[in-house]
Design a protein around this ligand. Structure first.
Ligand code: THU
Length: 138
């Protein structure tokens, strides 16, 4: 069934497409992520694993890197997709990475390849986020 919001459906489609390019020979768990910025641009990323396991990178990190490489900095919306039993939950590190570029209430759509959808926000994913306010004495 199509997602009710066409913008979100586009973002899920972009995440679904880039997921095919994931390099996940070790976990076999392919993930796709798509970020939209305020001007409507969409940046995508997939997980890229490495035989030296800690060197692997998440899909969200790839999408953030693509956004920054294009000179953009402000995330307006995010979608993440995986073949998981429940809508895929971004890891703690990716929550912090998303928070770095998310001002206000940025919607995050977490999905599965069989169509389950969970709507949340970057702020809801990372309560008590470390931010620059904590560095005000520096
Ligand atoms: N992974 C992501 O890319 N994003 C997520 O939100 C969850 C986990 C990747 C990391 C690793 O390549 C694989 O999924 C299994 O943890």
């Amino acid at each position: 069934m199509p997602h009710p919001n066409p913008d979100t459906a586009d973002l899920i489609a972009a995440a679904t497409s880039v997921r095919e390019n994931a390099h996940a020979p070790y976990s076999k768990f392919k993930v796709g992520a798509a970020i939209r910025t305020a001007d409507g641009s969409v940046y995508v990323g997939c997980n890229v694993e490495n035989v030296a396991y800690p060197e692997g990178t998440c899909a969200e990190a790839g999408a953030i890197a693509a956004m920054c490489a294009a000179g953009a900095r402000d995330i307006a919306a995010v979608a993440v997709i995986a073949d998981s039993p429940l809508p895929v939950s971004p890891c703690g590190g990716c929550r912090q990475k998303l928070a770095e570029f998310s001002k206000g209430d940025v919607p995050v759509t977490l999905t599965t390849t069989d169509g389950a959808v969970q709507e949340t926000t970057v702020a809801a994913l990372l309560p008590g986020a470390f931010d620059q306010d904590y560095m005000s004495r520096v």
